[in-house]
Design a protein around this ligand. Structure first.
Ligand code: NAP
Length: 266
């Protein structure tokens, strides 16, 4: 839909009508909220994660919202799973316009960076960075055909300000800023826009070790946050829908922070 038509329609609920979107790691948390919002804004959505029962539950919930949705297992670290995710989306929906690469791991807590093992480092980079790149590469020919493609990488404020004890996670999220920039400068000519979401502390299972620690939350809120509360997954979702839509037709290579006002810079 053209920019003019969206404005003429005067509503945002159809801004992704006719688009097909893949969201990885989308059976709960931020990924689920993004999948739901893209669906509510008109996109057909393929959800995925590692466990079939989680996929089934997410699909069921999204169908209750009348979202056109399918789901399948995809561990983003597995080449075969990534290929099947793209192929199955093409088989089911015939095209691909939007890729939201949201999966990440953070298995390293309270480990001084100089004590991180090569194995732990590789795991973080394989899932958070390499899989994001390879998925984008796999999606590329289809996004090119779309002639209106959008990629969003879900990074983190930790890419700007790493938490002590989780160094490699922060570094992997900084790498996604670089991946966003590198892809955006090459893919703009194919009408594929590439942007990045950098959430702050958002209430999900992933961040539960932080937000269940009341002292840590209080200290974060006092020192870092302008909006003195933890964020909710839904507060990350609307901006991703916007970035994937024609309302963002001249936005590429950007990193959008959703942090409640954390000051962040490299
Ligand atoms: P979450 O609520 O814990 O959800 C994780 C989702 O990822 C689940 O659907 C899980 O389902 C799936 N998953 C886990 N490993 C996967 C893998 N290897 N391949 C495919 N799916 C996988 O996590 P979240 O907080 O929403 O995090 C989502 C993204 O936001 C991550 O990139 C994270 O770095 C980023 N982020 C989060 C926060 C925060 O405060 N929450 C802040 C900044 C950035 P299965 O178990 O079925 O696989």
């Amino acid at each position: 839909m053209s920019v003019r038509k969206i404005h003429a329609a005067g509503k945002s609920s159809s801004r992704l009508d006719g688009r097909v979107a893949i969201v990885t790691a989308s059976t709960e948390g931020i990924g689920f909220a993004i999948a739901r919002r893209l669906g509510l804004d008109g996109a057909t959505v393929m959800v995925s994660s590692r466990k079939q029962q989680n996929v089934d539950k997410a699909v069921e919930k999204l169908k209750e919202d009348n979202i056109n949705v399918a789901g399948m297992v995809c561990h983003v670290g597995k080449e075969e799973d990534r290929k099947q995710l793209i192929q199955e989306t093409m088989n089911k929906f015939g095209k691909l316009d939007i890729l939201v690469s949201n999966a990440a791991v953070n298995p390293i807590f309270d480990v001084p960076i100089v004590e991180v093992t090569e194995k732990a480092w590789d795991k973080v980079f394989d899932v958070n960075v390499k899989a994001s790149f390879l998925l984008a590469k796999e999606a590329y020919p289809h996004l090119k055909k779309s002639n209106n493609g959008a990629i969003v990488f879900v990074s983190s404020v930790a890419g700007f300000s790493p938490r002590p004890g989780s160094g490699p996670y922060g570094i992997s999220k900084t790498a996604l800023f670089g991946l966003t920039r590198a892809l955006s400068v090459e893919l703009g000519v194919e009408n594929i826009r590439v942007n990045c979401l950098a959430p702050g502390l958002i209430k999900t299972h992933f961040s539960s070790t932080i937000w269940t620690n009341e002292a840590a939350i209080k200290s974060d809120a006092e020192r870092l946050l302008s909006i003195k509360r933890i964020g909710q997954p839904e507060e990350c979702a609307g901006i991703v829908s916007l970035l994937c839509s024609d309302d963002a037709s001249y936005i590429t290579g950007e990193i959008i922070l959703v942090t409640g006002g954390v000051a962040a810079r490299l």
